[in-house]
Each structure stands twice: as structure tokens, then as C-alpha cells.
Design a binder for this molecule. Structure first.
Ligand code: PLP
Length: 450
């Protein structure tokens, strides 16, 4: 059996279920959580973690679960990846914070230089750093409004951009993200997304018709000249891993270019090798004006970035951007460790390989199990959408039951989707192949039983 140095020395890369899941120690801790933390902070699987690394998460009862979640697409390089740990350890001993806006340090600049270099497009770019995906999306919109002098922001059906007031307003789904949290920010307009599986006239018409409808709505209901930015995920994450029909994104990007609208790609979930490209926009050669990244950027330390055209970002006055912790030195060192790991371990190639293993098996499963209506995704960002067999009717209870069975067998999976009927798979890109195969067996069994 293989072991990794991630998560401490010699963490065995095995699935091991030694108690009921959750076990007694986790239950005890969960009871404490219930009385100390409000229920609004939900829990996918109430096992309390003690170690994690490679493709596993180990809990307080000694169970070792196969990780198909990566902390929601964050630990792409694996938990406690050695290059991240080493850099953070050294930085923590040297200094933990100065505030980059007060007295700067080199690692922030290195992260900015690196992102300017590796994000799509060879134009002059600038990068500034923040703490979370939502904060970065908000800042991208601020910059776009400042640069254009326009108020409106266009977003898409099934989009998810965060939980702050503006990003919650940009998010499509009411429950649980928006319910009773209004009133929402003004000047946000939502248009159709090219969702091939559910497009009324068929997947083959989806890209063209959805783009035409979206553009028509912007023209007629908002007016292109009032739009500061279009914000879009190249693959809708929380919305259910919806890969827009090919041709849709380039058409929207072209419309933005023609109308002086800032095209903002929200790559918070899709970024940093996850989809088998460093950034998902690369799949169709999209060059966004601004790209927003977070999650996978720093191996679990809180960091996010706004990277964009120098002529847009340079417009904002001195002091107009920032925050106390944005680009904290520990998080910057972690990001440098992540970028080194992606390169040294060819994690772009590993993400592709994960897709090559998973997608054919998921498609074969869909042949056998008519409850699986759609199989989709790229690289290590794949999903199945569950329906009442023979229909398009979403089947969220089946998704929940399959997830429950996977969890009981020691496979951590996440659900997603506007209709709550999608199971999504986000293994760390360093997942050993034997665990990937074992996880697929558990999943196949759970789907067939349900
Ligand atoms: C596409 C996308 N944008 C923004 C966010 C918000 O990021 P954060 O939770 O770090 O604020 C998320 C989080 O899931 C996301 O998936």
C-alpha cells in the first residue's frame, strides 16, 4: 500500500472504515458543534478530521475516507502538500503579517507576477490579492464599474459567485444562498446559460440559441452601454458542473469586446489545473479581461486574486483597493508552493488522466442506470445529474441517498445543482489511481442500488 508525506509522515493511501460513519468520537464533537455553532453553517458529512493528504481524509475515529471533495475544489495539490507546508512553516517563523498596504513583502509581488504570466492572454496585466472568492468577485466588479463608469452587471442562470451582499445578488439559486437575506444589490441582471442537457430544443441548438437570447435580453432590457461587466463561470460549479455548450462562451466574449463590456471569468472553482487546463477558459481559447481565482490557489490557506488588463486595473485611484489581510504572507507562500507543485508534479496532466479514468466509467454507468440522466465535466471536475428515469425531472432525493451510501462506505462526495440533483466529484489531483478506481466501484454500487 502506498503512503504519502502529505498530512504528516506516512499517511497510508487506503480506504479504511473501522466504525459506523460518523463514529462515536465524531458524534460527540458534532453534538458540541450543534451547541456552539449556528445551524446555518451546514455539514455535508459530520466526521471530524484529524489528518488528510494525498487522496484521503482521516477522522477522529480512525476511519480513512477517500476524498472526492478536496474541501470544495481547494486542496487540488493535496492536503498539507510538502512544498506548501515547508514554505508556510518558514514564513510563520519569520513574520506572519505586516499588511501589504502598510509595509510590503516580496512573496505578494511574486504571486502577482506569476498570475500575470500564467493566466490567459499575453497583454500587460496586474494582479491584486484578497481573502476569498466572493471578495475577489466583488472587487472585480468594483474595478469594472470604475473603469467603464457604468452600473450594470450581467450574470447567468445557475451561476454562483459567493455569499456577500453583492455576490449573493449575483448568485442564481434562492435556497439556501439568498432566502430571506434580501434586499439584494441593485443593477444585477440575469440571462440564460447554455445548459445542453436541459435546453428545450436540444443540445445541438443550445450554444447559438442561448447566446442569442442572452444578448437580446442584454440589448433590450439593460442596454449594452449601461453594462460594466459580464460575470461568468466557464463551468458553472455550484449550479451543477454545467459546461456551457461549445461556442457559447466565445460568442458572449465577442459581444463584450464589441460593446466595451468587461468580461470577467469567475475561475474560483475551475482554476489551477482542476479541469485539465491551468484555467478552464483555455479550453475554448477565451481571454477574459479579468480573471478571478481563489480556492485551489493556495492549498487551503485563504487567498484569492483579481488578475486583469493593466489598462483596466490601473484606472483605480490609490487606496481604492485593498483590505487588512488580502495577500497575507503565509497565504502567498502557500500559493508559491502550489504553483511549484502544479508544475513539478504535472498536475494539469494528472487532472486530465483523472477525467480519462472517470468519464468513461461514469458514461458506462449511465448506460446501465437510467437514473443517471447526464454525465459531464472535464478533467478532475466531473458530475452526474440524476433524474426520474426516462424524463428530465430532477431527482434530488436519489442524489442525497447515493451520497449517504457513499459516505457510509468511506467515500466523501458532494452534491450540487440548482435542483440539488447533481453528484459532483472533485478529487485532489494527486489522488492515487487505485483509490480512484475503488471510489468509482463504491459509487457505481450506490447508484445501482438506488
Ligand atoms: C465560482 C465561484 N465563485 C465564487 C465563490 C465564492 O468563493 P468563497 O467561498 O471563497 O468566497 C465560489 C465558492 O464556491 C465559487 O465556486
Amino acid at each position: 500500500m502506498s503512503t504519502v508525506t502529505q498530512g504528516g509522515p506516512s499517511l497510508p493511501q487506503e480506504r479504511r472504515v473501522v466504525t459506523e460513519i460518523p463514529g462515536p468520537r465524531s458524534r460527540e464533537l458534532f453534538a458540541r458543534k450543534q451547541s456552539a455553532v449556528p445551524p446555518g453553517i451546514g455539514t455535508t458529512l459530520p466526521v471530524f478530521v484529524t489528518r488528510a493528504g494525498g487522496g484521503v481524509v482521516v477522522d477522529a475515529d480512525g476511519n480513512s475516507l477517500i476524498d472526492f471533495g478536496s474541501g470544495i475544489a481547494v486542496t487540488s495539490v493535496g492536503n498539507s502538500a510538502p512544498r506548501v507546508v515547508e514554505r508556510v512553516r518558514r514564513q510563520a517563523a519569520d513574520f506572519t503579517h505586516t499588511c501589504f498596504m502598510v509595509t510590503p513583502y516580496e512573496s505578494y509581488v511574486q504571486v502577482a507576477e506569476k498570475l500575470n504570466e500564467i493566466t490567459p492572454g499575453d497583454h500587460a496585466k496586474r494582479t491584486f490579492l484578497l481573502n476569498s472568492g466572493a471578495e475577489a468577485v466583488e472587487n472585480a466588479v468594483k474595478v469594472a464599474r470604475h473603469a467603464t463608469g457604468r452600473p450594470a452587471v450581467v450574470v447567468f442562470d445557475h451561476g454562483y459567485h459567493g455569499r456577500t451582499l453583492l455576490t449573493m445578488s449575483l448568485t442564481a439559486k434562492n435556497m439556501p444562498y439568498k432566502h430571506r437575506f434580501g434586499p439584494f444589490a441593485p443593477e444585477v441582471y440575469r440571462v440564460p446559460l447554455a445548459y445542453p442537457f436541459r435546453w428545450p430544443t436540444g443540445a445541438e441548438n443550445c450554444a447559438e440559441e442561448a447566446a442569442a437570447q442572452a444578448i437580446d435580453q442584454i440589448d433590450k432590457q439593460v442596454g449594452a452601454g449601461n453594462v460594466a461587466a459580464v460575470v461568468i463561470e466557464p463551468i458553472a460549479g455550484e449550479g451543477g458542473f454545467i459546461e456551457p455548450a461549445k461556442g457559447f462562451l466565445p460568442r458572449i466574449a465577442e459581444y463584450c469586446r464589441a460593446n466595451g463590456i468587461v468580461f470577467i471569468a469567475d475561475e474560483v472553482q475551475t482554476g489551477f489545473a482542476r479541469t485539465g487546463h491551468l484555467f478552464a477558459c483555455e479550453d475554448e481559447g477565451i481571454v477574459p479581461d479579468i480573471i478571478v481565482t481563489a480556492k485551489g490557489i493556495a492549498g487551503g490557506l485563504p487567498l484569492a486574486a483579481v488578475t486583469g488588463r493593466a489598462e483596466i486595473l490601473d484606472r483605480v485611484h490609490v487606496g481604492g483597493l485593498g483590505g487588512t489581510y488580502g495577500g497575507n504572507p503565509l497565504a502567498c507562500e502557500a500559493a508559491l508552493g502550489v504553483l511549484e507543485t502544479i508544475e513539478a508534479e504535472d498536475l494539469v496532466g494528472k487532472a486530465r488522466r483523472i477525467g480519462e479514468v472517470m468519464l468513461p466509467r461514469l458514461r458506462a454507468l449511465a448506460e446501465r442506470a437510467p437514473i443517471v440522466g447526464d454525465v459531464r465535466g472535464r478533467g478532475a471536475m466531473t458530475a452526474i445529474e440524476l433524474v426520474v428515469p426516462g424524463t428530465l425531472e430532477p431527482h434530488p432525493t436519489a442524489a442525497a441517498e447515493i451520497a449517504r451510501r457513499c459516505h457510509a462506505e468511506g467515500l466523501l462526495v458532494l452534491t450540487a445543482g440548482t435542483y440539488g440533483n447533481v453528484l459532483r466529484f472533485l478529487p485532489p489531483l494527486v489522488m492515487p489511481e487505485h483509490l480512484l478506481q475503488e471510489a468509482l466501484e463504491i459509487l457505481e454500487k450506490a447508484v445501482c442500488e438506488v
